[in-house]
Design a binder for this molecule. Sequence first.
Ligand code: TRP
Length: 519
Amino acid sequence: MPHQERGSWRSKFGFIMAASGSAIGLGNIVFFSANAYKYGAGAFYLPYLLALILVGIPVMILEFGLGHSTRRAFPQSLGRAVGRTGEFVGWWAILNAGFITMYYITILAWVLGMWVGSFGPLFSEASAALPAFSGVGELKNPMGYFFAMLSGWWPLAAVFVVWGLNVLIVWRGAKSIEGVVRFIVPLMWVMMLVLIVRGLTLDHGEHGILMLFTPNMETLRNVDVWKGAFSQMFFTLSLGFGIMTAYASYLPKKSDQVSNSLMVSFMNCSFEFIAGLAIFSLLFVFVIPPKASTLSMMFFIVPTGIAQFPAAVTLFGVLFFTLLLVAGLSSSVSLVEALISAMIDKFRIARVKILLIFSALGLAGSIVFALPKVIDPGLDSNGTLGLSLLDLIDHWAFSYGLPLVGLVECLLIGWLFPVSKLREFINENANLKLSPIWDWLIKLVIPLLLAVILGYSLYGEIVGGIYGHDMETGSIDGLHLLALGAWLAVTLGGAIILTLAPNRDREDSVTSEVNDASR
Ligand code: TRP
């Protein structure tokens, strides 16, 4: 196999669009609002800001710095820094994120289904042709439409389409990604601004804003709020996925990772913030604010709000789902790229070959999450088999996987590399220099915070019954084991195999400056 050139971004703008496009996703538009809503609206900002400053920005600098200094994707980057253990952690992180990508794409497939529905029956009053769920009675649109779709087979076709789009965008790596994100990421901002103007000019829209800014300080005593804010921070900034390292590995020699991190996290959090404004204003279209889980926020609550707009319901419905699709795609492609670039770095295989192999595997996973078999006709929990599995895998990959990667990554780089060397490298090109405080955040503060959060989750798991879920029916308990087993087997087994596989990576002209310095 001839040596392949690693890709590179054509412009700084392209890189910032790609990295912020990865960060800004469904997490910003709906998960944040749902969490803020659940955890006492205004009060959520405090843990959230702390999580951003103490963990989000420092870890992003770390992940960018790793990619930029080693010019390798996450596993090889950690491998070059601290050896085999590092490489193993890198693969484990990417495989864990692979699970997230699979269900994220299934969610995007449902979004596509809702998008198509927006042109037709989704926003019409008629709820005919909905399946009769026992015990639920007649479901009104858009909830009825969603469940009718969920329990039918055609989301499987939508899964194909969304994976197809991912493959197309990642086809030529940084080059094709840049070509797409430089248009769709700005477009995303425009669509969000249109929605916020509409939301705020609705009757009573301002109540939503008041609610978002009225802190309920009581909730700050609830550890779950802190846990929610810290896990959300990893997810929303695309940290612990190996993405930021892969993206930064395509940067030119002279680039400033401190300013890149500040810019990307600022763009991400301001997007999240204005999305919160838009969604909270919409909530007040309802007289009584509904209970909000993340999926219900995206699939019924916001659409039901839109359905009650005085005019242009279809237009805004289509706009909302287009926004979700675009935001989601620019996130999902980033992980596909992180995985493919790691495989190319290690095995020097042709991009298209590995892209097709992994997309086929990913597609199979996404199909599992879209399985329409109804296992809970009363809709007490998740309704279908696919959605129940999604919920369980999310539980492990999101609440445990991401913080665990962050924890181990900080410890390895913090103590073994050591982190002061990386800081010197980053500072060579940085305008705003990192102080040694950053070293201690990475070595001590972040690992401690994450360990407390993980410990607390695990404790809840043990005390609160099987895996923290309270589904009571026996048949679903088997699902818990299945999901946990599959997640562990694939992430651990896969990471071991990939780490032990013979390495075809070799030092090329642009070897790691940091490694050179440490030799
Ligand atoms: N940051 C994204 C969000 O807020 C989540 C995300 C990042 C993601 N990278 C991803 C999801 C890769 C799936 C695959 O929504």
